[in-house]
Design a protein around this ligand. Structure first.
Ligand SMILES: Cc1ncc(COP(=O)(O)O)c(C=O)c1O
Length: 365
């Protein structure tokens, strides 16, 4: 089976983790600190705070912005639920705005309609879905005009760029995930990035039980810290990120070449100024479920990101977030299919994936 995602882990990661284990210093130490410094440089932020996952990074960020009951956060209904559960976790409510047909990201025009009539919105939480940046120029303009914080969920977008600038810290703050399906991994792990030093201090307290020194607790907090093993692995994977990304881009180009002319398929659209990080290579395609079965029978793994909008999730309906009309999201959820694009693919794998998609449509027109 060709998996839809697979991390690339080699001798360097093995050695780095073994060194940590042999040192006996397993919890937040020098490696986590160094990983934070290098990651901050990479996204051109002054601060990076390592966490135990992308979800805890989101929670630490949103809590530290002092969002709470009565506040609302404008975001996308077409994302992984961690984005919006983290908003709910603060006591605030997500407000869903529909996406663009071609990019699957939040549509700035629709977002503005909502911002113009809802003054309880305190922040926009963008998601750079599949690794494609949102239109940052438009959202920076909206954030300024409506005086709301601009935040980025860049869990899927390591090294994605907008107008040559890496995403993550283009707004007030952002987060990344290092889950094994992401562009780089630490097993489980996350990072908050910001150049707001006051905010960074609060986040550091929050992820460490609110303690400014041992057993001296200044605020509420929890243990959301990254382990030293994860930090050691993160340093190695960060060094390999450029090479990983080049390989993802080359694979994406291969598919664009082979699938761009298949009339039943739309390949990812990359607008000017956007540089895609191809965490996922997601097609919009006709007879999606049939194609997925066809590929599965030929040992090609695929994924549906995501099979329903968040407003269609049973829990969200239960808590009163089901009453939205989001036709672009709903249509996308019926048509998207992610095919493997990760750096572990061989030329043979790439040929096999493209040929089978072509064959499926040729034989079933
Ligand atoms: C858009 C998005 N946000 C948040 C997360 C949460 O990250 P994690 O799985 O590291 O908690 C993910 C990851 O799966 C994600 O894709």
């Amino acid at each position: 089976m060709i998996p839809v995602a697979r991390p690339l882990i080699g001798a360097e990661e093995n050695n780095a983790i073994r060194e940590v284990l042999e040192s006996g210093m397993l919890a937040a130490g020098e490696r986590v600190k160094k990983f934070e410094e290098k990651f901050a440089q990479r996204v051109r932020a002054t601060e990076a705070i390592a966490t135990s996952s992308g979800t805890t990074a989101l929670q630490a960020l949103l809590f530290s912005l002092e969002l709470g009951s009565g506040d609302r956060v404008l975001t996308t209904p077409f994302t992984f639920i961690a984005t919006t559960n983290s908003i709910l976790g603060t006591g605030a409510r997500p407000v869903f705005s529909d996406i663009e047909h071609r990019t699957f990201n939040l549509d700035p025009e629709k977002a503005e309609e909502i911002l113009a009539r809802d003054s309880s919105i305190k922040a926009i939480l963008l998601v750079h879905l599949y690794g494609l940046p949102c239109n940052m120029a438009d959202f920076e303009y909206l954030a300024k005009k409506y005086e709301v914080d601009l935040l980025e969920d860049a869990a899927q977008a390591h090294d994605a760029r907008f107008a040559e600038k890496p995403v993550g810290a283009l707004g007030r703050a952002g987060i990344f995930s290092f889950y094994p399906t992401k562009n780089m991994t630490t097993g489980e792990g996350g990072m908050v990035v910001t150049s707001d030093e006051v905010l960074a201090k609060k986040i550091r307290l929050f992820i460490n039980h609110g303690a400014s020194e041992r057993y001296y607790h200044k605020q509420i907090g929890f243990n959301y810290r990254m382990t030293e093993m994860a930090g050691a692995m993160g340093l190695i994977q960060l060094n390999r990120l450029t090479e990983f990304l080049a390989s993802r881009k080359a694979n994406a180009e291969f598919f664009a070449d082979k699938l761009g002319m298949v009339p039943e398929v739309e390949i990812p659209h990359v607008p000017p100024q956007h540089s895609h990080a191809y965490n996922l290579y997601t097609l919009r395609c006709q007879r999606r479920d049939e194609l997925q079965e066809y590929l599965k029978d030929r040992d090609i793994g695929t994924g549906i990101h995501y099979p329903r909008g968040l407003h269609q999730q049973p829990y969200y309906r239960e808590i009163g977030l089901g009453e939205y009309s989001l036709p672009v999201t709903e249509k996308a959820s019926e048509e998207v299919l992610s095919i493997p694009v990760h750096p572990g693919l061989t030329e043979e794998d790439l040929e096999k994936i493209a040929e089978n998609i072509q064959k499926f449509y040729e034989t079933r027109r």
